[in-house]
Ligand binder design. Structure first.
Ligand SMILES: Cc1cc2nc3c(=O)[nH]c(=O)nc-3n(C[C@H](O)[C@H](O)[C@H](O)COP(=O)(O)OP(=O)(O)OC[C@H]3O[C@@H](n4cnc5c(N)ncnc54)[C@H](O)[C@@H]3O)c2cc1C
Length: 418
């Protein structure tokens, strides 16, 4: 049988949040594209399953009706804040979020949802988008530069795709990003993590808060317990790869030991059932800036190393980059220019919008990597409820958040608090 060839202006590799955001935005801009995905939906992706306000901003930007459909989905859980549990046993700091106001009706600013459900929602939206040719079970294994673009090959499907533009949205293990974009896995800018699903974990706050636990034994990493619908929870641990390597830490064994034996945690798992084994995956973080474009290609989401280096949150930035990629491609098509020089506008826009936040998150990550500084911050916070409220507001106010890395802010609150 001969090889089937598709010719297109735009081919997106990968239908996670970055790839779906690109495809949906292109569709709404009236631009046809091909979206290839090696899996078949619904499919899982190892994640913490927390969906931040950035996702809502971008769903609305793609199509306000899309956000309305997301708000109506039954498989997600409203999240009203973050509980930060400190090394000193039994001490929690509860940071309550302010509601957001996208349609005049106050909605929680964040949610949790299993990626199995959330990504399937996005994939179904793509399937309902007439200008997207969506090819599941199509694994791109080779890419080759050709005159005016790339030739992508999926040998198992006997398929090749000739495209003027590649949007690489194939995630943390992207071969395209490594080989064409030259992005490297640098341990200091990468994190390792494992997670599992549980049923019947007890001891959550009455309204739903996600939980981050700073435990002495795993500093500079943290443990998370995120509630999900159906009395379920996503439980995981994450740590920068250089620390995992230098301390020879086995993340699966470490978290297994914590849920079975750590005082204050083990009691909450006494009745719990483990639904899945511990599953691991990497997080390429945006604490180092790489070029995200070159002749005829754009990197998005994890393929562009755009995960927040403090929180490990990557879905929101995958959305931003997908939407910006689509808007950049609209410009490329209008100017018939797919050159590296022209595409630099995408890099500039990404860093203008998320660059300061990435930098701040990296500064904060480095502070929290030092146990003695964590202890000082905890002491100040536990003695000052007004400050806790101020920090909760910082989640939705970037200008306020900048104060967190200024020593003066902490000194004022330590010595001169009212
Ligand atoms: C343990 C863990 C916890 C996390 N917790 C959170 C969290 O709570 N909140 C948050 O916002 N972020 C979290 N993240 C980060 C988040 O999961 C990622 O940032 C996000 O999934 C990035 O989306 P993406 O579309 O770039 O890539 P992915 O979601 O990885 O999607 C890539 C897609 O490409 C497909 N693909 C790959 N290669 C090919 C190929 N060659 N051909 C065709 N298809 C291909 C894959 O099958 C996949 O569907 C976490 C990450 C980990 C590892």
């Amino acid at each position: 049988m001969g090889i089937r060839t598709i010719e297109t202006d735009v081919c997106i590799i990968g239908a996670g949040p970055a790839g779906c955001a690109t495809a949906l935005k292109l569709d709404r801009l009236g631009i046809p594209c091909v979206l290839v995905e090696k899996a078949v939906f619904p499919r899982d992706k190892t994640c913490g399953d927390a969906i931040s306000g950035k996702v809502m901003v971008n769903l609305k930007r793609i199509d306000p009706d899309l956000l309305k459909r997301f708000y109506a989905a039954p498989w997600k859980m409203d999240i009203h804040g973050i509980r930060v549990a400190l090394p000193s046993k039994g001490k929690n700091i509860d940071l309550a979020f302010k509601p957001s106001n996208h349609f005049g009706d106050k909605m929680p600013p964040s949610f949790t949802a299993r990626r199995m459900d959330f990504d399937n929602f996005l994939a179904q939206e793509v399937k309902n988008s007439p200008l997207v040719q969506f090819l599941e079970q199509t694994h791109i294994t080779h890419h080759q530069r050709i005159k005016d673009g790339f030739l992508l090959t999926a040998p198992k499907q006997n398929l090749q795709i000739k495209t003027k533009m590649v949007v690489d949205a194939s995630g943390a293990q992207s071969k395209f990003s490594r080989q064409i974009g030259r992005l490297e896995k640098e341990d200091q800018h990468y994190a390792g993590s494992v997670r599992a699903y549980f049923k019947n974990v007890t001891g959550f706050k009455d309204v739903q808060f996600i939980e981050i636990h700073y435990l002495k034994s795993i500093t500079p990493g943290y443990l998370w317990i995120f509630p999900l619908p159906g009395n379920a929870a996503n439980v995981g641990i994450g740590m920068r790869t250089d620390f995992v390597r230098d301390r020879d830490i086995n993340l699966r064994k470490t978290i297994d030991d914590i849920v079975k034996n750590h005082p204050g945690i083990k009691e909450r798992f006494a009745q719990a059932e483990m639904e899945t084994p511990w599953q691991g995956y990497g997080l390429p973080m945006g604490s180092k800036r790489y070029p995200l474009t070159g002749d005829h290609y754009i990197l998005t989401g994890d393929a562009g190393h755009l995960i927040d280096p403090l929180s490990g949150e990557g879905i929101g930035n995958a959305f931003y980059s997908g939407v910006f990629a689509a808007e950049q491609i609209e410009q490329c098509l209008a100017a018939n220019d797919f050159s590296a020089e022209f595409l630099k506008a995408y890099d500039a826009r990404i860093w203008r919008v998320i660059g300061k936040e990435m930098k701040l998150s990296y500064q904060m990550q480095r502070i929290l990597n030092r146990p003695f500084l964590v202890a000082i911050v905890a002491k100040i916070l536990l003695a000052n409820q007004n400050l806790i409220t101020k920090i909760a507001d910082m989640f939705t106010d970037f200008e306020l958040r900048k104060q967190l890395v200024k020593p003066g802010f902490w000194i004022r609150n330590l010595f001169f608090r009212k």
